[in-house]
Ligand binder design. Structure first.
Ligand code: 5AD
Ligand code: SF4
Length: 471
């Protein structure tokens, strides 16, 4: 009988991709997806360590799972395996096993290909527990793997399955940039780029399975430098060129990029390839040179401006989103004003902004002049109000224009489909159900703060020669 697997994913898109790969790697040993943890034989928490709030969730969720396991046992339903994966597992593996000794498996992001053998081990231990053998399999004997193995996990994972017309494809992992606030270089390890052929083959497989849009993923995606078949390094711009050759692949996106790694080849790819979506997530974090230096970002405010100008020069409809941190140690009101000024000047159509959260082991957590919480709150509120105004203004600006929308879901109301604009805005439209999973030309007729409403102009599948929206 098939066993049921429930994966709860926290954090970034890389974790969403990884959760899919963990499901793929466990399918051959009999685990099928469960709709809810209550019906599952195994639950994996795929965790995020980026900010304190994200990390804290793990332990409260583990408490709930422990109760669930007890309930299952009381109802005679058999054991529940509990696994913790992702960046909290990597950073706090030993602590998890100490604080939550009922956890069966702890594995870091580089060890997912080892999951089947770890599950087999945990299943044997659970069976021994059920037979009253406490020596081999008592609590606190969870299986731990937080190695950074020599071999790349990608070589050992099966090809991902496509679910719908849009897919993630991980091309790069890890980070060598060491921004002083960030845990990623410690939890995801050194930068690694998958070979070009492996990426192209995975993309082809996805497109053959019906995928129309691929989002290339990496913690530093534009630091990509994979080897091609001749052993030559290829950057992200040229990789996008190679992917654009795949018939049927209509949209290429990538995230998250670093300003330092935007090069001419990437700008040229945006200029030349209609498949490149005109929307780039380019985190700046702060508009103050003093703070950017303390963050070890490796770019100034002016350099960021130049990079934005270069990208916007590649096509006139290109738009940006960004990440911001307020209240980094030592940030004064003047520094914060510099951030506000940069936002005013640049204009972002979407953004994520956070209060600085000190992370254990990172240099910034030991810096003097930590900013009081109420100051961080006030700055975040002010910044978010400005970013929200910019987002709403952009949405409203789209009304009356035509854009190509990938209709990938059914909407809330009967006869309605929901899709994504080139700028990732959700767009709802009344359209025949057969149009699901196609790219349709819509005229935008309404705009809310977070979504748009459209009307059908014409089906545009196969894709329009140009997917330029708001043109
Ligand atoms: N505190 C607050 N925000 C952080 N980020 C990363 N580390 C921290 C931290 N310690 C934010 C950055 C990054 C995004 C993924 O999370 O803005 O771009
Ligand atoms: Fe973290 Fe900086 Fe690397 Fe991004 S570039 S993952 S913020 S260290």
């Amino acid at each position: 009988m098939k066993k049921q697997l429930y994966i709860k994913t926290y954090g970034c898109q890389m974790n969403v991709y990884d959760s899919g790969r963990m499901a793929d790697v466990l399918a051959p040993i009999g685990y099928a997806p469960a709709q809810a943890p209550d019906s599952a034989d195994m639950v994996i928490l795929n965790t995020c360590h980026i900010r304190e709030k994200a990390s804290e969730k793990v332990f409260s969720e583990l408490g709930r799972l422990r109760l669930l396991r007890e309930e299952r046992k009381a109802e005679g339903k058999g054991d529940l395996l509990i696994a913790v994966a992702g960046c909290v597992a990597q950073a706090e593996g030993e602590e998890i096993l100490a604080r939550a000794p009922y956890v069966d498996i702890v594995l870091g992001p580089q060890a997912y290909h080892k999951l089947p053998e770890m599950v087999a081990q945990a299943e044997r231990a659970a069976a021994a527990r059920a037979n009253g053998d406490d020596t081999a399999a008592g609590p606190g004997r969870g299986v731990l793997n937080t190695d950074f193995p020599e071999e790349a996990k990608f070589d050992f994972l099966p090809a991902p399955r496509a679910e719908g017309p849009s897919a993630f494809l991980s091309i790069q992992e890890g980070c060598d940039k060491f921004c002083t606030f960030c845990v990623v270089p410690y939890t995801r390890g050194a930068e690694y780029s998958r070979p070009v052929d492996a990426v192209v083959a995975e993309a082809r497989g996805l497109v053959e399975a019906g995928v129309r849009e691929i989002t290339l993923l990496g913690q530093n995606v534009n630091a990509y430098h994979g080897l091609d078949a001749t052993g030559t390094e290829m950057g992200l711009g040229d990789l996008c060129r190679a992917l654009a050759e795949i018939p049927g692949l209509s949209r290429i996106r990538y995230t998250t990029s670093h300003p330092r790694d935007v090069d001419d080849a990437l700008i040229a790819a945006h200029r030349d390839l209609p498949q490149m979506m005109p929307f780039i997530h380019l985190p700046v974090q702060s508009g103050s040179d003093r703070i950017l230096r303390a963050m070890n970002r490796g770019h100034t405010r002016d350099r960021y401006r130049e990079i934005v100008a270069g990208l916007k020069g590649s096509r006139d409809d290109l738009a940006l989103s960004s990440d911001f941190i307020v209240g980094f140690p030592g940030e004064t009101d003047k520094d914060f004003r510099d951030t506000m000024a940069l936002v005013e000047e640049t204009g972002f159509i979407q953004a994520y902004s956070f209060k600085y959260s000190p992370r254990p082991g990172t240099p910034a957590s030991a810096m003097p002049n930590q900013v009081p919480e109420d100051e961080k709150d006030a700055r975040l509120k002010e910044l978010q109000a400005l970013l929200q105004r910019q987002q709403i203004a952009f949405n409203q600006d789209c009304v009356g224009r035509e854009m190509d929308v990938l209709l990938d879901r059914v909407g809330k109301h009967p006869g309605q489909l929901l899709g994504r604009s080139p700028y990732m805005q959700p767009v709802h439209v009344t359209a025949p159900a057969e149009m699901r999973n196609t790219i349709a030309r819509l005229r935008i007729v309404s705009a809310g703060p977070n979504s748009l409403g459209g009307e059908l102009v014409a089906a545009a599948d196969p894709p329009h020669s140009s997917e330029r929206a708001c043109a």
